[in-house]
Design a protein around this ligand. Structure first.
Ligand SMILES: Cc1cc2nc3c(=O)[nH]c(=O)nc-3n(C[C@H](O)[C@H](O)[C@H](O)COP(=O)(O)O)c2cc1C
Length: 269
């Protein structure tokens, strides 16, 4: 049934009416668009999770420390490159925490701010609404953490085990064929997903663009953090969205995969 619904939503890219143009036009801010009153925004925020709670999964606390990132930022930016060869390498919990925290972790309390009451994160966010969620797959390379598919909670500095065991076969099937081998060669696969309602209730269609911008901020933080830790990092857009959404247990419409990042030992590392 969900598949039928997806098909109904699809715009035919071959019909001559390119959907991206329609979308881009619809996502522009106009001079006469009314901003929502602040109280309406606050009421809606109160209805939306700032991070999914996964109440049936026991949170597994992450360390509170960060692994040292050595070198100048400008050198790390110069060094970042997609490795030609990736090999899995053991990671420890502090490296895992460092990657997740620098990607999307909380940095500053924001309780006294009446306009944007969510705690701030390592990335900027339109309206401080934080529409993204992060998941990751540990095929067994993270020391001290059982293999499995996990959700990262920035709110708790913890992870939730959603599906135990290795899901490398499912990930391989979710990658476009030329790179399905990556599933076995990565230490960690990080999934960046969007919960669109958190942004579009306020910014309408432009909220979708904001959600994608934010995924880019998170991915770049991951790229720089991984490079700074001496790890290889690969950005992955070539995946079958529905297969990945199914792996993550999300509906693909209100909440969908946007981008993936792989961590490994690269040829430069
Ligand atoms: C949005 C996006 C999607 C990408 N998807 C893939 C991918 O699916 N597989 C892959 O091997 N590289 C992927 N890349 C990496 C690019 O191929 C790579 O960044 C580009 O060739 C430039 O090389 P560099 O990263 O070494 O600077 C992607 C990069 C971006 C920004």
């Amino acid at each position: 049934m969900l598949h039928t619904l997806w098909k109904n939503l699809e715009l035919d890219a071959d019909s001559g009416a390119m959907s991206w143009e329609q979308f881009h036009e619809s996502a522009k801010t106009g001079h006469y668009d009314m901003a929502l009153p602040n109280q309406v925004v606050l009421d809606e925020m109160a209805n939306l999770y700032e991070s999914l709670p996964y109440k049936n999964a026991v949170p597994i606390a992450l360390p509170s420390t960060l692994a040292p990132i050595t070198g100048k930022l400008s050198d790390i930016m110069q060094r970042r490159a997609t490795p030609r060869e990736c090999r899995p390498v053991p990671l420890d919990l502090i490296q895992l925490r460092t990657l997740l925290h620098l990607a999307y972790g909380e940095t500053r309390d924001n309780k006294d701010n009446p306009y944007a009451p969510r705690p701030f994160r390592t990335v900027p966010s339109g309206g401080a609404l934080y529409p993204l969620e992060l998941y990751f797959h540990n095929g067994g390379q993270v020391e001290g953490l059982a293999a499995g598919l996990y959700h990262y909670s920035p709110t708790l500095n913890a992870v939730h085990l959603l599906k135990p065991g290795s899901h490398a076969t499912h990930i391989a099937a979710g990658l476009v064929e030329f790179q399905s081998h990556l599933a076995d060669n990565l230490s960690l696969v990080i999934f960046i997903t969007g919960m669109f309602q958190r942004s579009i209730f306020k910014y309408r269609n432009k909220g979708y663009r904001f959600t994608l911008f934010e995924a880019g901020h998170v991915a770049q933080n991951l790229n720089l953090a991984a490079t700074g830790l001496g790890l290889g990092v690969i950005n992955i857009g070539g995946f079958y969205d529905r297969a990945i959404d199914e792996l993550l247990g999300i509906d693909g419409i209100n909440h969908s995969i946007l981008y993936m990042t792989g961590i490994c030992k690269g040829d430069a590392a």
